[in-house]
Design a protein around this ligand. Structure first.
Ligand code: C5P
Length: 413
């Protein structure tokens, strides 16, 4: 676990059902060595008890601006000191109401007062969590934009089952993920990919059968989007060439949306001469229907033979023309003879690293937010990465890629 000893976290909790996750978040912060001061709204106290948070954090959870006159420990100026004390402000869950308050400079409860006293150069992370319709409401989006302009980092909620029973965008990320984002905000970032052009392919392609149907696969694009986000944070110029997905474009990433493998190939190929690092995370369909029926196929006969032809292999084509300074990373999703197949792929496609994941493994592969990758290198070295978030896996992959860049700059000396 990352060591956050000596770091002071001011943790704002507002009143959403996702507040039930916060005791675990406080435990993670404490385990890492950080000091945590909880400030919560009155409605947050309906969902999670201040006593629970106080016990876990080792500090009383503040809910009131006005001090208890009988308690000589509390003082009217507590909030001013907290703004000075905190290395980071985290609001999780952030409800529509608290977001609106913070965006408009309200200071009518302890949480909003503390937010206003935060020093300007300190990171402020907001984790919105609410029903999907509420999250999309223009007023909420407008307020979030205002907070972003004011220098806050808005961490998008996740898509999934919500407390209402509806499926939508609004879930608070799990405590481990919130912790990871706070660590990133608190520890200095090295711009290890500054000056590099990184091209990432992501998601599934769609191969048309007729005007309304296509062949595709279960890839969500999450691994590719995590790679693009992290590469941009590391200072790279990032081009993300993606199949259709609802995922939000990460900051400072140039997104190009495509449908078919051929289209993805055409768009990617344009960058072959200039890119420094090619990460092929897309699940590209190997075959496409030989002919696309114009209009809608009718169900007139008992069977319908579908003749498929091979698609271009983007990674393989890049491998054929790769220059010595260029680095390529492929992904392999295997079911049987995984290692052998992945090693063969590395040679065939002339890549520097193959990241292997096993299709049937729980918590890895399509659609989930975590992954357990095995990295296979050109020299035959194999490295097993732990089960971790796709962001964390992306970071480890770029650390390795960086090693190739350092090597090529040494050989060119
Ligand atoms: O051969 P296989 O599809 O298993 O190889 C997977 C790797 O090759 C992935 O990195 C994938 O993005 C890439 N690939 C590609 N173009 C294809 C098929 C796969 O770039 N047509």
């Amino acid at each position: 676990m990352t060591d956050l000893s000596g770091k002071h976290i001011l943790l704002g909790v507002s009143g959403g059902i996702a507040a039930y996750k916060i005791p675990n978040l406080v435990r993670l912060f404490k385990k890492s060595g950080a000091e945590v001061q909880v400030v919560m709204t009155q409605s947050a106290a309906q969902f999670v008890s201040p006593l629970t948070l106080a016990t876990l954090s080792g500090r009383s959870a503040l809910t009131e601006i006005f001090p208890d006159a009988t308690n000589t420990q509390s003082a009217w100026t507590t909030h001013i000191h907290l703004g000075e004390w905190a290395d980071c402000f985290v609001l999780a869950p952030a409800t529509a109401s608290t977001i609106a308050k913070l965006a408009n400079g309200y200071s009518d409860d302890m949480l909003s007062v503390c937010f206003l006293t935060m020093r300007p150069n300190k990171p402020k992370l907001i984790f919105p969590s609410m029903d999907g319709e509420m999250f999309d409401a223009p007023a909420v989006q407008r307020n979030l934009k205002t907070l972003e302009q004011d220098g806050c980092v808005i961490v998008e909620p996740e898509i999934g089952e919500l407390a209402s029973g509806l499926i939508g965008k609004g879930r608070l990320p799990e405590p481990e993920k919130i912790f990871e984002r706070v660590v990133e905000a608190l520890l200095p970032k090295e711009k290890t990919l500054a000056g590099k052009q990184v091209v990432v392919t992501a998601g599934a392609t769609r191969e048309k059968i007729d005007s309304v149907r296509f062949i595709s696969n279960y890839s969500s694009g999450k691994m590719g989007f995590a790679l693009a986000a992290v590469a941009a944070e590391l200072g790279a110029e990032v081009i993300l060439i993606t199949g259709k997905t609802h995922l939000q474009t990460p900051p400072n990433v140039h997104r190009i949306e495509v449908e078919s493998a051929e289209e993805m190939f055409r768009e990617t190929q344009r960058y072959f001469p200039t890119l420094d690092l090619f990460v092929a995370a897309a699940a590209v369909a190997d075959y496409r229907p030989a002919e696309v029926y114009a209009g809608k196929l009718k169900k007139s006969s008992e069977s319908l033979p579908l003749h498929l032809v091979k698609n271009p292999d983007i990674l393989l084509e890049f491998g054929k023309q790769k220059k010595p300074h260029q680095v390529s990373i492929g992904f392999a999703l295997e079911i049987q003879d995984a290692l052998e197949n992945a090693k063969a792929k590395l040679v065939l496609k002339n890549c520097d690293i193959i990241a292997l994941n096993l299709a049937q493994e729980a918590g890895a592969g399509f659609e989930v937010d975590t992954n357990r990758l095995t990295l296979i290198f050109r020299d035959g070295t194999i490295e097993q990465l732990p089960l971790q978030t796709k962001r964390a896996a992306a970071k480890m992959i770029f650390k390795k890629a960086n090693f190739f860049f350092q090597k090529s700059s040494l050989t060119s000396l």
